[in-house]
Design a protein around this ligand. Structure first.
Ligand code: ZN
Length: 321
């Protein structure tokens, strides 16, 4: 049995601000026969607890899906009980808000609650690995606090990706009128609000990133995935020691006969059977100059560190591929 073997669970974790293409990358990686795509896994215990009709990417609800029914059974065996409510309380304590940092960095990080959370959380990943039978799990929960917990979980072999995207692209993604029309839940955000969020999320991510050994972390850019996805995957594959070269066709689509996914959370991309990698550089054309100026004034110092310039560079423009 896997839980008795010496092999630690290999987890590829995508961390960063939202609206950075992480769900697409997660789904593409999940078409590899040795990688299980989990999307925003942090949403799962909440769905278990509330009995909410959250849909799994396989088409069933999380409650009816055979994969998750089996995972819950194995999780309860490994964790020692089926106390989902306790798991959700611990998740909220350490991950749900910025207040979690005080608990993570303070005395409680080494105390009983933290140790219990690590044990229950590791059991969840173990159960997923045992039921799915794949050595790698990829997750795009994005939260740096969750990454901090995972980095301190002895049973998990964490491969941490800090995924960054030009903040102006993130701002545009939060305002895009096309999305406003397509999603009832979509709420446009102001440039100031998104810039503050972008800086905070990236600084928190950088903190966790800096604490990992160099071979366990990788910083990647959305723009490189969007313009040169094959090169992006080659780099990622070399890092994790798996051949990812066949995951996308020359037309940048995933295979039609991709394995069934059981992603419990993430944007709508996870529900699509076959996906195509698209390059979204709409901000270059549509984001007003005053918004760009505000972003650069507040966050240019950080954006520059990730290789972005005040003006859109050739490397990050749609015509460069
Ligand atoms: Zn399912």
């Amino acid at each position: 049995m896997l839980e008795q073997s010496q092999e630690r669970l290999k987890l590829i974790y995508l961390m960063g601000a939202g609206h950075i293409g992480s769900t697409v990358i997660d789904v593409v990686l999940g078409t590899h026969p040795r990688i299980e795509s989990m999307g925003e896994l942090w949403k799962l215990p909440q769905a278990w607890l509330k009995g909410s009709p959250r849909s799994c990417a396989c088409g069933a609800s999380v409650h009816d899906c055979a994969f998750w029914t089996q995972v819950r059974k194995v999780w309860a065996e490994l964790a020692g009980d089926d106390d989902v409510a306790r798991h959700v309380v611990l998740t909220q304590c350490f991950e749900a808000s910025r207040a979690g940092w005080a608990r993570l960095l303070g005395a409680r990080a080494t105390g009983g609650d933290f140790a219990e959370y690590v044990r229950r959380n590791t059991a969840l990943y173990r159960a997923i690995q045992q039921v799915g039978g794949k050595p790698f799990v990829v997750e795009s929960s994005l939260s740096p606090r969750r990454a901090f917990v995972l980095a301190r979980s002895p049973g998990i072999d964490l491969h941490l990706i800090h995924l960054v995207r030009d903040g102006r692209g993130v701002i545009w993604s939060h305002r895009n009128p096309a999305k406003r029309g397509a999603r009832t839940s979509f709420e446009p955000k102001s440039t100031f609000h998104t810039t503050k969020y972008w800086v905070t999320a990236n600084l928190q991510s950088a903190l966790v990133f800096s604490q990992l050994r160099a071979e366990r972390r990788l910083r990647l850019r959305y723009e490189d995935f969007a313009t040169e996805p094959h090169a992006f995957l080659a780099r990622l594959g070399a890092w994790i020691g798996e051949d990812l070269s066949g995951l996308l066709s020359a037309e940048r689509t995933t295979a039609e006969a991709a394995p069934v996914r059981h992603t419990p959370g993430g944007n709508r991309v996870r529900l699509e059977k076959q996906i195509r990698v698209r390059a979204d550089f709409g901000w270059i054309e549509h984001l007003p100059e005053r918004e760009r100026r505000l972003f650069w004034l507040l966050a240019g110092w950080l954006a520059r560190g990730y290789g972005y310039g005040r003006e859109p560079s050739a490397a990050a423009s749609p015509g460069s591929s």
